[in-house]
Design a protein around this ligand. Structure first.
Ligand code: SER
Length: 577
């Protein structure tokens, strides 16, 4: 199946069921609390809150979306910055029954997916909202087996609001078993990555207010979203999204021997930049303009290594592929790219020369290089080791007047957003550093970190691969600390005192005279971890769930990288509060 078939089938299916096709909104939201449109429902928020939509109560579309959270994962098999989302909505009209039934019918009848390949998850319930048995019953009624229905907590089966307040609710997610050469497991294991989420039906029954309270919405809505590229890839049995006809023409511009990851980054960044410019963004040092600048420059650095290809080719190809679907001003797009390229070319060669003899750069130096030669941080990280990237953002913030939300959305360095999952992973990050030092000695130092709502990442000084046994022991040690229910306490103190008691500080970061230190320890006063840190953290390690290392790899010479997650608890276990 190609992209235009999937697109057309989706729109036709819902049009036949009374939905009006609405055009994709701009990537730049009218509401300025977020930088980009990240989901199909976002432009519809006023209508989800009760305003009358000129096209009625049933809507369907494909929406341009951009998410920067995973910008550094782009180049692997599944992550993108720009993507399209197929969605259908009920604005106070049909509810769970029709929504689930139609999704099921579309997948099994229109796309001919055998029911054996599908599994679903529903919301398990918590203090804010009850368990969504209703959705599960509807799925069962359609023939989905009980063992293919999982109940999961808020982290997995709740959507929204976008930003801090607004419509939100429990969702039911549909998964597809992507392997074709292995038997499909009878039971649905949501942690098995071969079950790929393809569609999300959100039942917007609640509105979250600025005090964090959930109240029942006056109008109950359905919001569904299907990740277009990802669904297309799995339906075709591809192992990665770049094999789809949405990317293949761009990837093909490059010789086969050229580094696969770089080709993918170019393809992703070309598409994203093209759409951003088309929606009125120009490269700058702020907000959306800065994101565009990073995308374009990173693409340019990779293109430079491929002197055979014209810089504008991937952009031109993207325009060609989408011009029948979206309004695109080709001349303007090419002009903006050309201008940015001229600017960057001027300083790029001098900049590369300036860092020729340097292997390692700290955050502050990275910022100076950005100011002088225009290297965005990601570009520098591609070519040199950047230690303590947080320092970069500190400097950047000093030089910019950035709104809080804008900077949170834009810079996923360090601790970018403060949702509860991120906060938990932040505490787990402290436990991990302490555990590493407990096992390998105090010489092990943190060299970098990055936390989002899904995983933590730590870079630390260590000169060899960890054995399976060591990884297991680290996990055990941390899970033990979680089970012990240690208190997490913050104290402000003079910097000298914090240093004297041996609190962990990050190399290369400048601290003020008074610092805050987070202690994790037991009631008897035995301290497991103490770190200079601004927070926030959970109050007690018992809030964390189960700690698991998902990857251990080399980051650079003498620096290893660990990625880890906190696993939710399955039904039957003590569910998170
Ligand atoms: N808003 C939901 C999502 O982004 C469903 O459209 O997944």
């Amino acid at each position: 199946m190609n992209s235009s078939e999937l697109r057309t089938k989706f729109l036709d299916f819902f049009e036949k069921r009374g939905h009006k096709i609405i055009p994709s909104a701009s990537l730049i939201p009218k509401d300025s609390t977020v930088l980009f449109t990240t989901a199909g429902m976002q432009p519809l928020v006023p209508f989800l809150l009760g305003e009358k939509h000129p096209n009625g109560k049933r809507l369907v579309n494909y929406q341009k979306c951009l998410r920067t959270d995973d910008i550094e994962e782009v180049g692997d098999d599944t992550h993108l910055t720009f993507f399209e989302m197929l969605g259908n909505w009920s604005l106070g009209d049909y509810w769970k029954e029709d929504s689930i039934k139609w999704s099921f019918e579309f997948l099994t009848k229109e796309l001919n997916i055998p029911i054996e390949r599908l599994a679903v998850s529903c919301f398990i319930g918590d203090q804010n909202a009850p368990k969504d048995q209703e959705s599960a019953d509807i799925w069962e009624g359609l023939g989905v087996k009980k063992e293919r229905i999982a109940f999961l907590p808020k982290k997995d089966n709740w959507w929204g609001p976008v930003g801090d307040t607004g419509p939100c609710g429990p969702d039911t997610e549909i998964f597809y078993w992507k392997l074709s050469d292995t038997p499909i497991p009878k039971k649905f294991d949501p942690t098995d990555k071969n079950w790929v989420e393809i569609w999300n039906n959100v039942f917007m029954q609640y509105v979250k207010d600025s005090n964090g309270n959930y109240s029942l919405a006056e109008q109950k809505n359905v919001d569904t979203g299907m990740g277009f590229e990802r669904t297309l890839a799995v339906l075709n049995g591809y192992t990665n999204i770049y094999q789809t006809d949405l990317f293949e023409p761009i990837i093909k511009l490059f010789p086969g021997h050229f580094d696969e990851r770089k080709k993918r980054i170019i393809a992703d960044h070309a598409r994203a930049s093209m759409f951003l410019i088309s929606d009125g963004v120009v490269p700058s040092n702020k907000d959306q303009g800065y994101v565009l600048r990073r995308l374009l420059r990173r693409m340019m650095v990779h293109m430079r290594e491929l002197s055979a290809t014209e810089l504008l080719d991937p952009i031109k190809k993207s325009i060609e592929m989408y011009k029948n679907l979206y309004d695109l001003d080709e001349d303007k797009i090419l002009l903006v790219v050309k201008e940015e390229s001229n600017k960057f070319e001027k300083t790029l060669a001098t900049g590369l020369k300036a860092i020729e003899k340097i292997d390692t750069i700290n955050g502050k130096e990275a910022f100076l290089l950005y100011e002088t030669y225009g290297f965005p941080l990601e570009v520098l990280e591609e070519i040199r080791v950047v230690e303590s990237r947080e320092g970069f953002f500190e400097e950047l913030k000093k030089h910019q007047e950035l709104s809080r939300t804008a900077s949170a959305g834009m810079f996923k360095g360090g601790l970018a957003d403060h949702n509860i999952e991120t906060i938990k992973l932040h505490t787990a990050h402290h436990l991990l550093l302490a555990a590493l030092q407990e096992m390998f000695g105090k010489e092990v130092k943190q060299k970098g970190s990055n936390i989002n709502s899904e995983r933590l990442r730590i870079d630390f000084s260590f000169d060899r691969k960890l054995t399976d046994d060591e990884k297991k022991r680290l996990e055990d040690m941390i899970n033990e600390k979680i089970q012990e229910g240690l208190e997490v306490i913050k104290r402000e103190m003079p910097k000298e005192e914090a240093e004297k008691i041996g609190a962990e500080s990050e190399f290369g970061v400048k601290y003020g005279n008074t610092v805050s230190v987070y202690f994790i320890g037991d009631k008897k006063g035995i301290i497991f971890s103490k770190e200079f840190c601004g927070g926030p953290h959970v109050n007690n390690t018992s809030e964390l769930g189960k700690f698991k290392i998902i990857k251990e790899e080399a980051s650079s010479q003498g620096v290893r990288r660990i990625k880890a997650i906190l696993q939710y608890k399955l039904e039957g276990q003590n569910v998170e509060k």
